[in-house]
Design a binder for this molecule. Structure first.
Ligand code: AMP
Ligand code: ZN
Length: 113
């Protein structure tokens, strides 16, 4: 997707602080961290939002969730705990229209709901 910030990060056109990459997934530090540990995990395939997850592409979502424990461990929040957040659409405040999951940790008990 030509105008997608996260596609540009994945291709290296926009620099990022990478924490994990494999053939399907890219993870990087959020540029405006909302927690002491704030990483964004994205599929390399451009999927606009959670509304666009289908039987055809849900395997990549599964692979993201399979990798999150390893990423969390490398970030040092595996034992202390972390939240996994997806914002879908306008009312959730989704600002980048490329499916992504936030990993938020180091918040010392900051449960939001
Ligand atoms: P959301 O608001 O759920 O769509 O999340 C988008 C996230 O992407 C926000 O937390 C932004 O801070 C983050 N973000 C936007 N541009 C960049 C960038 N160039 N590098 C890293 N994170 C970014
Ligand atoms: Zn994209």
């Amino acid at each position: 997707m030509a105008d997608c910030i996260f596609c540009k990060i994945i291709s290296g056109e926009i620099p990022s602080n990478k924490v994990y990459e494999d053939e399907n997934i890219y993870a990087f530090r959020d540029i405006e961290p909302q927690a002491p540990v704030h990483v964004v995990v994205v599929p390399k395939e451009h999927i606009e939002s959670a509304n666009d997850i289908t039987a055809e592409n849900s395997g990549i979502v599964a692979s993201i969730f399979e990798k999150i424990p390893q990423i969390a461990k490398e970030l040092g929040v595996s034992e202390s705990g972390y939240r996994i957040v997806n914002n879908c659409g306008k009312d959730a405040g989704q600002t980048v229209k490329h499916l992504h999951f936030h990993i938020l940790g180091g918040t010392e008990g900051g449960k939001l709901y």
